[in-house]
Design a protein around this ligand. Structure first.
Ligand SMILES: Nc1nc2c(ncn2[C@@H]2O[C@H](COP(=O)(O)OP(=O)(O)OP(=O)(O)O)[C@@H](O)[C@H]2O)c(=O)[nH]1
Ligand SMILES: [K+]
Ligand SMILES: [Mg+2]
Length: 317
């Protein structure tokens, strides 16, 4: 049985299992099993050199932003508008087949914007160019998830699920769980506050699934079993994501208003060049870039080439 079939089988078992106190440990164990299989799935095939043909783009500028979305939502149109680099746009799906970089000049900085092929449900399991697209997204600083404002609201959830399946965590901070593997001494389990999702037994069981028998675990927040698995896996990437609803020219004003109120969202129209400045401002904000203008002694400050620092950080307590 292949890895994907194994994942499907466990997911089916989880769906069949009623959620209650008695099944909580078993469900936790199944979650850990799935997480382990997904990690296996992410390992590049033997003999391959990472990203894949057409996806090896050198990093450039002060930050990197990836355009992720279903086919034909307007990613290439947006890249061409924002960077001036032409990326073929057309009304048929999968127009873009590789990674096309462009540069945004904003606030005296250069941001590399990456146009990518559309991804579909099942991308995390390797459907379409999903794996390559996701690998490139992981290499960027933030993600712009481009959505078609006239299509199902469910697309946002489907894509988020695909990205989560490969270890991306959007607009979340790392769980406040201290975890350290040890050589001896067994498991020490502690928390700084009362826990409502995970108890010692469940934690032991998850660690056992990972064949970890010596470790220190300290919960500093009321985290879930999924959080614990994320911390044990250790390969999660926490990224900012801005949801970009394009094509608002084809929907009614009430719907535009509703979408604009969603968290972390910007509504735009490439066709009418609507709200693109707002999108850039939001992107910039989320990247957390700071410009420092240097002033050589006895001379005027250099206002053309700032030193650019990234201050995105997740405060840990
Ligand atoms: N009405 C409307 N159509 C748009 C807008 N932006 C792009 N389109 C159209 O949507 C279609 C798809 O645009 P693309 O830029 O090729 O979309 P894509 O996401 O790059 O597509 P793939 O590369 O196939 O994944 C084209 O026919 C565009 O002209 C917009 O703001 N409004
Ligand atoms: K297209
Ligand atoms: Mg395209």
């Amino acid at each position: 049985m292949g890895i994907i079939e194994k994942i499907k089988e466990i997911e089916a078992e989880m769906a069949r299992t009623q959620k209650n106190k008695a099944t909580e440990y078993h469900l936790g164990q199944l979650k850990a099993k799935i997480a382990k299989l997904r990690t296996q799935l992410l390992e590049p095939p033997k003999g391959s050199s990472g990203a894949g043909e057409g996806f090896e783009v050198t990093k450039f500028g002060h930050g990197r932003v990836a355009l992720i979305g279903f086919p034909s939502v307007g990613k290439s149109t947006l890249l061409t508008l924002l960077t001036g680099t032409h990326s073929e746009a057309a009304s048929y799906e999968f127009t873009t087949l590789t990674c096309i970089p462009g540069i945004i000049h904003y606030n005296d900085t250069k941001i590399q914007l990456l146009d990518l092929p559309g991804i579909i449900e099942g991308a995390s399991e390797g459907k379409g160019r999903g794996r390559q697209v996701i690998a490139v997204s992981k290499s960027s600083d933030i993600v712009l998830m481009v959505l078609d404002a006239s299509k199902s609201e469910g697309h946002r959830q489907i894509l988020t699920k695909e990205l989560e399946a490969v270890g991306l965590r959007l607009n979340k901070r790392p769980p406040q769980i201290y975890f350290k593997k040890k050589k001896t001494g067994g498991i020490s389990f502690n928390s700084t506050l009362p826990l409502t999702h995970v108890d010692e037994k469940l934690c032991y069981q998850i660690l056992h699934e990972y064949k970890i028998h010596n470790a220190e675990v300290l919960f500093r927040e009321d985290a879930t079993v999924d959080d614990l698995i994320d911390v044990i896996e250790g390969n999660r990437k926490y990224m900012k994501c801005v949801y970009v609803y394009n094509k608002i020219d084809v929907i009614g004003i009430d719907d535009v208003d509703k979408l604009a109120r969603q968290p972390n969202s910007v509504v735009i129209s490439c066709n009418l060049k609507l709200n693109l400045d707002r999108l850039l401002a939001r992107m910039w904000e989320e990247m957390g870039l700071v410009r420092v203008y240097t002033k050589p002694q006895g001379q005027q400050p250099d206002f053309t080439e700032p030193v650019v620092l990234s201050v995105v950080c997740y405060i840990s307590f």
